[in-house]
Ligand binder design. Structure first.
Ligand SMILES: Nc1nc2c(ncn2[C@@H]2O[C@H](COP(=O)(O)OP(=O)(O)O)[C@@H](O)[C@H]2O)c(=O)[nH]1
Ligand SMILES: [Mg+2]
Length: 387
């Protein structure tokens, strides 16, 4: 570690000295302004002092590919930020790897506190610098879209940090950088359609988010386009209309629809559907802040023993509600997310917040009420274009 003190007439000059002497990896430890006394006090001017350090110990060999921002350290973060986003085809097709093989829960953003945040903060503290004002505007925009402040701030800081020194320091550039940074963070978390060999699929989530409609869309595509043998099962027996709704879709598509009132029935129904390729299970969207609703859901899921469990969440809802649902369902093993009602919202910030906070692959987004057309395999643009 080399530590050095620099003084200059302004922060920009000081930082450029730091960069010249210590290189791009330098970390700002402290900054301070001090007046230079002249003969006449009213003519005193300010100088800036920056203490910076650089770690010049030999570099550690690169870690195995892992795009999570987990694990402290600038290198990991830099690797995440600098690796170009992998181009991702809109439709990934049936060869898509089964992501259940991968560890889902990675340590998240919390640990992502690189030292150069200090630098940005200092810049912000300078007052009306363009960097500070863009950071504030980006943060406010993300928060208005439902992202929690600390995440909004970090994304905004990272975006602004990517703007070259010579600018342009405007919102258009800042947004482009925000999309770039977010895209890289999300890249390996988005685009995970139904795994080819997954047979039993359960869909859970709050009421009204679009579970039944999404199941109808997927069932129609799987059955009519992909010519698989598809069956529907509903455990949403709380409302009579819910059973009828699913049954109507099943009749139109021409596939069976079974009802399971209890875990035992669920077990029997699934057993009876052994020669079906895909069994899509609809569940009741109850108020999951009540523990017994979660327990009931868990016992149904346990009986169904799904290969994949999808948590369906609506982008039209509030970010805080979405986070509450995820928190209430923390005991439920969830494999993937489906985000609905993308057509009803201008901002996907709340979804980005969730994907960064509780990382799971995002499989589909739905874009309207039309069965079966308004559904697409999720891609990064569904999210970053709405930031
Ligand atoms: N705008 C829009 N509406 C949707 C979408 N998906 C579902 N809906 C509507 O949301 C309402 C609730 O859907 P439903 O499937 O019954 O929700 P569930 O209670 O979660 O099963 C219905 O009016 C659907 O037509 C979507 O992607 N966009
Ligand atoms: Mg329903």
């Amino acid at each position: 570690m080399r530590i050095k003190r620099f003084t200059a007439d302004g922060m920009a000059e000081a930082l450029s000295l730091v960069r010249q002497e210590l290189g791009e990896d330098a970390v700002i430890l402290t900054t301070r302004e001090f007046p230079v006394r002249r003969w006449f006090p009213w003519k005193s001017r300010k100088r800036v002092e920056v203490v910076a350090a650089v770690d010049d110990s030999p570099p550690t060999p690169p870690a195995a590919p892992d795009r999570s921002v987990a694990g402290a350290g600038r290198e990991r973060l830099a690797a995440v930020l600098e690796r170009p986003a992998a181009p991702r085809a809109a439709s990934v097709g049936p060869h898509y790897p089964d992501r259940r093989e991968q560890p889902m829960e990675r340590a998240g953003f919390e640990e992502w506190e690189p030292d150069w945040r200090v630098l940005i903060r200092k810049l912000a503290a300078e007052g009306a610098s363009p960097a500070a004002s863009l950071m504030t505007r980006l943060t406010a925009r993300l928060m208005a879209g439902g992202m929690e402040e600390k995440w909004a701030q970090r994304l905004a800081e990272n975006a602004v940090l990517q703007i070259p020194d010579e600018g342009p320091w405007d919102m258009e550039e800042a947004l482009a950088r925000l999309r770039e940074v977010t895209g890289r963070l999300l890249a390996d978390r988005i685009g995970a359609p139904i795994a080819p060999d997954a047979r039993v699929l359960a869909f859970i989530g709050p009421t009204g988010v679009g579970k039944t409609t999404t199941i109808a869309k997927l069932a129609a595509i799987q059955s009519l386009d992909e010519e698989r043998k598809v069956a529907l099962v509903t455990a949403d027996t709380y409302r009579i209309a819910a059973v009828e709704q699913l049954r109507t879709y099943a009749n139109i598509i021409g596939i069976p629809c079974m009802v399971a009132y209890t875990p035992d029935e669920m077990r029997r129904v699934i057993e009876g559907l052994q020669d079906y390729d895909r069994i899509l299970i609809d569940t009741a969207g109850r108020n999951f802040s009540q523990v017994d609703h979660v327990q009931h859901l868990m016992s149904m899921l346990k009986a169904a023993s799904p290969d994949e469990t999808y948590l369906v969440l609506s982008l039209a809802g509030k970010g805080s509600d979405m986070r509450r649902t995820v928190e209430a369902l923390r005991e439920v093993p969830i494999d993937k997310y489906v985000f609905t009602k993308v057509d009803e919202t201008e901002s996907a910030a709340s979804a980005v917040d969730l994907i960064l906070r509780a990382p799971k692959p995002v499989s589909y987004v739905t874009t309207g009420q039309s069965v079966p057309d308004d559904i697409a395999e999720a891609n990064v643009h569904h999210f970053i274009d709405r930031l």
